[in-house]
Design a protein around this ligand. Sequence first.
Ligand code: UDP
Length: 261
Amino acid sequence: MASAPRFKRVLLKLSGEALMGDLEYGTDPAQIERIAAQVKEVRQHGVEVAVVVGAGNIYRGLEGAAEGMDRATADYMGMLATVLNALTLQDALEKVGVDTRVLSAMAVTEVAEPYIRRRAIRHLEKGRTIIFAAGTGNPFFTTDTAAALRALEIHAEAILMAKNGVEGVLDADPSVNPDAKLLPEISHRQAIERGLRVMDSTALSLCMDNDLPIYVFNMADERNIDRIVRGERVGTLVSSETASNSDGAAPKPGEPAGTTP
Ligand code: UDP
């Protein structure tokens, strides 16, 4: 028989890339459907799910700024792009019968509720899946920081950080070093000091300061979200120093192992 979920409430961070599948740009309907099915599955196991969506598949403020646009304006455009992704995901979730609310940090009242922390928690308690749109509502931040912030605000027990095509956190950039290896476990501090790409440093610091674990996993394996909420070790666990190995090395014999190939 399947084991009981380990978490009661989690926050799933979906970057824009995670919605893109194999496309170069935009959203892949088949990929969104797969994500919706996975969220549905964990909901059916009684786990409350909040989602933060990014927008790298549509627009990134930094790209606009690089082309000479005012950074704050470009960032607001990026935040608006996350609203598009949030509505796409809401539509897919509703199609598979998952009751969903979009809560936006920017006013778009025709399509989403404003973000109100207590309301978000209430939705979760009522079994609704919530999607946080428009990041933190502030330019110069990212949706990774929004994920850390909202997870803390709603008392999520962990952030599930979906990656596109990588198994978790690697010890080097695979495009530079083809021998880069997966780190099954690492502390927030080590990830910051070694410049490992878990999430951006503002977001990572927020998680470190507040002892919030991050599970970094490959979105391509459709069993991964369910595995993580059941307590199976998949990809990389980024947690506080006391809980993790001091050198980010593989677990010792007898300890649960990562499930990467
Ligand atoms: N953004 C922002 N403030 C936030 C969150 C996002 O200004 O709190 C903007 C920023 O321009 C960013 C864009 O929205 O580039 C899309 O978010 P992000 O790059 O985090 O998306 P992801 O990489 O997760 O797809």
